[in-house]
Design a binder for this molecule. Structure first.
Ligand code: DX5
Ligand code: ZN
Length: 218
């Protein structure tokens, strides 16, 4: 299993994306997690595809774009053009999850489906063959800095078992409240991609990423 750390740029300094991306790169993290919020699916508004395109000019990291937007199928091409490597869309945000995931792959981007803490694994069972990644939210989406919800780990275990049973191949990502402690719980449950925002940026980025790495290897 290959493990990836995905610092969330939502917790960075928005006036200095180029240097924040450089800090993430220097830390050895594999991904940068980019949260897109539309003020509808979640209360906040963050930024759109033009900002992602500007970031792309300053970084070769894998861009893991988490779309917290209603009807994400309308925005896939613009984020693909902006340089997303992975696009995550919420099953709760569209009645057309199957077609939307196909659209992501057609755009040449890795497809990822997201479930909120209250959403069961059953809701995505029939699209697991269409995805490269499943993102299990470990907080309710919309804000950084919330506490990790340990009850979501049952769903990570369920997904890992389903993957095995069906002979599928997708990464399991967790997002929200990941720190030096909760990351171990998520890894034990079967996650292999770890998003961390406030934990990474509320300290020395290199040290914090290293602590996360040590917890995974420990
Ligand atoms: C929450 C976002 C997260 C957020 C995580 O809605 O999807 O990616 O940046 O932040 P922390 O790690 O602070 O919980
Ligand atoms: Zn996110």
């Amino acid at each position: 299993m290959s493990y990836k750390i995905a610092p969330s740029i939502l917790a960075a300094d928005y006036a200095n994306f180029a240097s924040e991306l450089a800090r993430i790169d220097a830390s050895g993290a594999e991904y940068v997690h980019i949260d897109i919020m539309d003020g509808q699916f979640v209360p906040n508004i963050s930024w759109g595809a033009d900002v992602v395109a500007s970031m792309r000019k300053h970084s070769k990291l894998v861009f893991d774009c988490h779309l917290m937007v209603t009807n994400p199928e309308h925005h896939i091409e613009e984020f693909a053009r902006a340089g997303a490597d992975i696009i995550s869309i919420h099953v709760e945000a569209t009645p057309h999850i199957h077609g939307a995931l196909q659209k992501i792959r057609q755009a040449g981007v890795k497809a990822s489906v997201v479930i909120n803490p209250g959403t069961p694994v059953d809701s995505i069972k029939h699209v697991l063959n269409l995805v490269d990644q499943v993102l299990v939210m470990t907080v309710n989406p919309g804000f950084g800095g919330q506490a990790f919800l340990p009850e979501t780990m049952d769903k990570v275990r369920e997904l890992a078992a389903l993957r095995e049973e069906k002979g599928l191949d997708f990464d399991i990502e967790v997002d929200g409240g990941i720190d030096g402690q909760s990351i171990s719980q998520a890894k034990e449950a079967g996650a292999n991609v770890f998003v961390a925002g406030s934990y990474v940026f509320n300290g020395d980025v290199n040290e914090r990423v290293q602590t996360l790495r040590d917890a995974i290897n420990g």
